[in-house]
Design a protein around this ligand. Sequence first.
Ligand SMILES: Cc1cc2nc3c(=O)[nH]c(=O)nc-3n(C[C@H](O)[C@H](O)[C@H](O)COP(=O)(O)OP(=O)(O)OC[C@H]3O[C@@H](n4cnc5c(N)ncnc54)[C@H](O)[C@@H]3O)c2cc1C
Length: 385
Amino acid sequence: MNFDAIVIGGGAAGLFCAITAGKRGKRVLVIEHNQEVGRKIIISGGGRCNFTNLNVTAENFISQNPHFCKSALAGFTPQDFTELVRKHKIAYYEKTLGQLFCRESSRLIVDMLLTECDKAKVQIKTGCSVTGVSRGDDYQVETSQGIFTAAKVIVACGGLSFPKIGATGFGYDIARQFGLKIVETRPSLVALVMEGKAYAPLAGISMEVVASSDDHAFRENIVFTHRGMSGPAVLQVSNYWRAGVPVSFHLTPETDVTKLLTANRTSRKNLNNILSEIFPLRFATAFAEREFDNKPLYQMNDREFDELIEKLNGWQVKFSTTEGYDRAEVTLGGVSTRELSSKTMESKKMPGLYFIGEVVDVTGWLGGYNFQWAWSSGFAAGNAI
Ligand SMILES: Cc1cc2nc3c(=O)[nH]c(=O)nc-3n(C[C@H](O)[C@H](O)[C@H](O)COP(=O)(O)OP(=O)(O)OC[C@H]3O[C@@H](n4cnc5c(N)ncnc54)[C@H](O)[C@@H]3O)c2cc1C
């Protein structure tokens, strides 16, 4: 069969691109090596898919070119996607901070995309692995089920995170093969591993903080793990974290800690008892013992007292590494935006070759931004092919 375009990868971006192009009368083939499409959608958002965010701006994305995502995001907005969700009568709700989740199951989003594919006459081949792409007059896509040819190829293979559900670095291989630059990749939206084991016994404890890294601050929860910290605040800062640079935690966003401690300046209580008024006791004890020998406030000199306040307002924590691609929600970095048109996602060097979704060096915050990038970049390419 002849196709106008072949989409490599049946994830969020690939399916949405195929739907958009199919609706315009293009004959599109999607090739997916898993036995079913959209596996990441299915497991996303704890099974409820945080499919977009009401407040999407370019500031919610990390990329070497922070302006690159603007055109695609304006061309297909969260409201556009939400309208489609509504049309398919999928119940959803705003959980927090503009994050829209399915009420029932993320499978409904995959069903919706498959219904739209059907309407747009998109052909889908699952259980079919793409092994190579070459360029003659057209593009030849070599797969485990033979060679397919089309004038346009859309690389929508995603990034390296969650290899157990089919993530591969194949998209980057194609980019390199055709001479496109890759911005160094690393796992992100991921738990961080602390230097030392001092806080390991606190695994499971959760606290609301303001976590900051590289001038970006997030007021959300942290959760201690056996190896470090997770929770939304830590996942958010993981997008900005650099090895060797500590992350700062304002531990008491709700409490005027100077006032509280000054009121207790002559107290004979051990520090952990005072801190347990604002923290879970286990954290208060570990923090007081490790950072201040659990001294009562009356025994602290002014320098120590000031240091305590400073630490509570900006606890500097060093992390040695991340929990890696096996646990990361996304891959930071990817195909350099300098190589692509921001309007169409087409390669500037290789006409007819497009890159969309996570494989591109555009990474969103936690909270539905990454799916919105998948829908918007897919839509941009789907309208261009
Ligand atoms: C656990 C988890 C939860 C998440 N939750 C959310 C959330 O709630 N909200 C949000 O916005 N983002 C979330 N994300 C991130 C989001 O899932 C991704 O950003 C998004 O799926 C990227 O879409 P994509 O189409 O670019 O890539 P993918 O969805 O990864 O799709 C790529 C597809 O290509 C296929 N593929 C790879 N190599 C080949 C090959 N050689 N041949 C054929 N097929 C191939 C893969 O099997 C895959 O199906 C989550 C991620 C994870 C891991």
